[in-house]
Design a protein around this ligand. Structure first.
Ligand SMILES: NC(=O)c1ccc[n+]([C@@H]2O[C@H](COP(=O)([O-])OP(=O)(O)OC[C@H]3O[C@@H](n4cnc5c(N)ncnc54)[C@H](OP(=O)(O)O)[C@@H]3O)[C@@H](O)[C@H]2O)c1
Length: 334
C-alpha cells in the first residue's frame, strides 16, 4: 500500500487534471476512485469495527448513506439529528439491513448553540471514544432568517454549529487518537458552491444583514467557511502535533431534501444536466473515502471532490481569510 504522503503528493499533481470530463465519464483519478465510485466501493475491505463516528444530519440524504456504510464496515455511529422520529425510523431500517449495527441517536439542532452544547454534553456522558466526526448537516438557499442566536441561518447551521461542535469534541478526539494510536479524522461537507460566495468571500461586517442578502451567496459563503474552517483547524492541529486530520469535501450534485427551497429550479437544472448528477450512494463516496481510507493517513487541510484531491477557489486557499474566520467564529461562540 502507498504511504499517505506519497499518495497525497501524487493526488496533488492529479488534482488539477480531475475535472469536467472525469465527472461525466466517471474516469478514476490518482486515488483509484472517481465520480461514479460508491461509498460502499471506497470502503470495501476496511475494518471500522474499532471506530466510533458522529455524523451530523445522518438521518437523510448523503449523511444517511454515510451512516449506513460506516455501520456496514463495523463502526459505532452516533447520529446527530434534529428530527428524532425520522432518525429512529432510519436506525430501524439500518438494523433490518445490518443486524448488529451499532447506532445511537442524539438530538442536535446545529442552528442553536445551546443545542450543540447539549449534544456534546450528552455524547460525553456516553463515555465513548471518538475517531471520526463528519460535519455533514446543512441547509441550502433558504430565505433570509436569523437563528435563535441572532445569526444568518446558513452561517449559523452550516458553519457556526459545526465550528462549535468540533471545538467541544476536539479533546475527545485527541484523547482517543493518543490512547488508541489510531488517527482521528474530521470531515467537513462543503460544496463546489463555495465558489459562488459574496464579493469579498466572507461578509464579516454584514454577516447578519438582510440588505444585499442572496440565498445563493449566503449558502456559498457558508460552504466557503467549511473549507476555511478545515484548513485553519488542520494547521493548528499540525502545529500541536495532534494525531487528528481535518479535510473538506464536495460530494457532487445529488437530488436530496437539501433542494427543498429550490426544488423547481433544481429539477429544471437536472433535466438539462442529468449527466452531471450522482445518486446518493455515489454522493457519500468522497465523505467515506476521506473518513476511512488508509491512503489518506496524515493528509490534512485538503479539499476533495470525486474521491480525489481538488483545488478550491482562491478564497478557499486564502490562509489569512481562514485565520480571520477562526477569530470571528471564536468570538461568536463565546
Ligand atoms: N446534495 C447535493 O447536491 C450537495 C452538493 C454539495 C454539498 N452538499 C452538502 O452535503 C451535505 C448533506 O446534504 P444532503 O444533500 O444530504 O441534504 P439533506 O438530505 O437535506 O441532508 C441534510 C441533513 O442536515 C440536517 N439538518 C439541516 N439543518 C439542521 C439543523 N439545524 N440541525 C441539525 N441537522 C440539520 C437535515 O435534517 P432535516 O431532515 O431535519 O432537515 C438533514 O438530515 C450538506 O452539508 C450540503 O451542503 C450537498
Amino acid at each position: 500500500m502507498r504511504k499517505g504522503n506519497e499518495c497525497a503528493k501524487e493526488q496533488g499533481k492529479m488534482a488539477s487534471r480531475m475535472g469536467f470530463i472525469d465527472l461525466v465519464t466517471g474516469r478514476r483519478g490518482a486515488s483509484g476512485f472517481g465520480s461514479s465510485s460508491t461509498a460502499q466501493q471506497v470502503s470495501e475491505g476496511i475494518d471500522a469495527s474499532k471506530l466510533t463516528a458522529i455524523v451530523t444530519g445522518g438521518a437523510s440524504g448523503i449523511g444517511l448513506e454515510t451512516v449506513r456504510v460506516l455501520a456496514t464496515q463495523g463502526a459505532h455511529v452516533v447520529i446527530g439529528a434534529r428530527n428524532l422520529e425520522t432518525a429512529m425510523a432510519v436506525k430501524k431500517d439500518i438494523l433490518c439491513q445490518i443486524p448488529g449495527a451499532r447506532i445511537d441517536i442524539l438530538p442536535l439542532d446545529l442552528s442553536s448553540m445551546e443545542s450543540v452544547r447539549k449534544f456534546a454534553y450528552q455524547f460525553q456522558a456516553l463515555n465513548l471514544p471518538l475517531n471520526i466526526l463528519i460535519n455533514n448537516a446543512g441547509i441550502m438557499f433558504c430565505p433570509f432568517k436569523l437563528s435563535e442566536d441572532g445569526l444568518e441561518m446558513h452561517f449559523a447551521t452550516n458553519h457556526i454549529g459545526h465550528f462549535l461542535l468540533t471545538n467541544l469534541l476536539l479533546d475527545n478526539m485527541k484523547k482517543t487518537a493518543k490512547e488508541t494510536q489510531v488517527e482521528g479524522r474530521i470531515v467537513n461537507l462543503s460544496s463546489i458552491a463555495h465558489m459562488l460566495t459574496y464579493k469579498d468571500g466572507m461578509r464579516f461586517n454584514r454577516i447578519n444583514d438582510q440588505s444585499g442578502y442572496s440565498d445563493k451567496k449566503a449558502y456559498g459563503q457558508s460552504k466557503l467557511a467549511n473549507i476555511l474552517h478545515a484548513y485553519e483547524l488542520s494547521r493548528r492541529l499540525k502545529e500541536e502535533g495532534a494525531h487528528v486530520t481535518v479535510n473538506s469535501v464536495h460530494p457532487g450534485f445529488i437530488m436530496t431534501n437539501l433542494m427543498r427551497y429550490s426544488m423547481t429550479l433544481m429539477r429544471f437544472l437536472k433535466f438539462f444536466s442529468g449527466f452531471l448528477w450522482k445518486n446518493v450512494s455515489q454522493g457519500a463516496a468522497t465523505t467515506c473515502y476521506v473518513a476511512l481510507h488508509p491512503d489518506l493517513k496524515g493528509v490534512s487541510g485538503k479539499y476533495f471532490s470525486d474521491c480525489n484531491e481538488a483545488t478550491p477557489s482562491p478564497f478557499g486557499r486564502d490562509k489569512d481569510l481562514a485565520k480571520k474566520l477562526w477569530e470571528f467564529s471564536t468570538k461568536l461562540v463565546k
